[in-house]
Design a protein around this ligand. Structure first.
Ligand code: ADP
Ligand code: 5GP
Length: 218
């Protein structure tokens, strides 16, 4: 049988203002590593955008259904942003870690810190920053988010996320990596390098599977 390293799954959490490039990176990673990485679809009460696919982009549900499922303890974490509820389903998360499957999350900074608190050894957090506020505005418009009130809300949240990031002041164990998304190809290379390096971390590996490689008896 082929020797293989067995390890715990990693929760790669991508954080950053709407439009910074989180979905783009997730899509690329899932395309490139379709066998070994999956996107964890969050639940939300917000309306789908025109390009979004229910069940893939989000599990869209009514506020009533969301609250009922929250009361049944089905969510690992929930947050309210822009008047909408968002949450990560507990089942997706625990299955991923135990099966050694890597998962991708796109959540806000509060959710990311929550992951770090509960799964410190399995969570890797990346904060994605666009090169400027100007570029962010252009990208959001390019994506079809043009309603001025909606744009304003997104910018207010972006400012809050940056403030939260700066407040952490590089504290270890909170946000692990910063990636500036100016040139898409270069930024993706950084994200990819982080994924590969984290997969090679010794502390998540199962000892007996390493022993197979270190066996010098024959
Ligand atoms: P998020 O998921 O963080 O909201 P997206 O991945 O949807 O952001 O990116 C927002 C828009 O910006 C998309 O239209 C995407 O194609 C575009 N985009 C992402 N990264 C870059 C980049 N480096 N240069 C130019 N456009 C980009
Ligand atoms: P959007 O409406 O633009 O898709 O997302 C708004 C914000 O909610 C983003 O910061 C996004 O990352 C965050 N978000 C999406 N899903 C979740 C989730 O399951 N949990 C938390 N805490 N935030 C989420």
């Amino acid at each position: 049988m082929e020797r293989q390293i067995v390890r715990k799954g990693i929760l790669f959490v991508l954080v950053g203002p709407t439009g910074c490039g989180k979905s783009t990176f997730c899509e690329r990673l899932v395309r490139e590593y379709s066998e070994s990485i999956r996107y964890s679809t969050s639940a939300t009460t917000r309306q789908p955008r025109p390009n979004e696919v229910p069940g893939t982009s989000y599990h869209f549900m009514t506020r009533e259904e969301f609250l009922a499922r929250r009361d049944r303890g089905e969510f690992f974490e929930t947050e309210e942003t822009h008047g909408n509820l968002y949450g990560t389903l507990r089942a997706i998360l625990e299955d991923g870690i135990n099966a050694g499957r890597d998962l991708l999350f796109q959540i806000d900074i509060r959710g990311a810190l929550n992951f770090k608190k509960h799964f410190p050894n399995n969570t890797v957090t990346l904060f994605i920053i666009p090169p400027s506020f100007e570029a962010l505005k252009e990208r959001l418009k390019g994506r079809g988010t043009v309603d001025p009130a909606e744009l304003q809300r997104r910018f207010t949240t972006a400012r809050e996320e940056y403030e939260a990031l700066l407040k952490l002041n590089g504290e270890p164990g909170k946000i692990d990596y910063l990636v500036i998304n100016k040139d898409l190809a270069k930024a993706y290379e950084s994200v990819r390098a982080i994924v590969l390096a984290e997969r090679a971390r010794y502390h998540r590996m199962d000892r007996s599977s390493i022993e197979q490689f270190c066996d010098i008896s024959n």
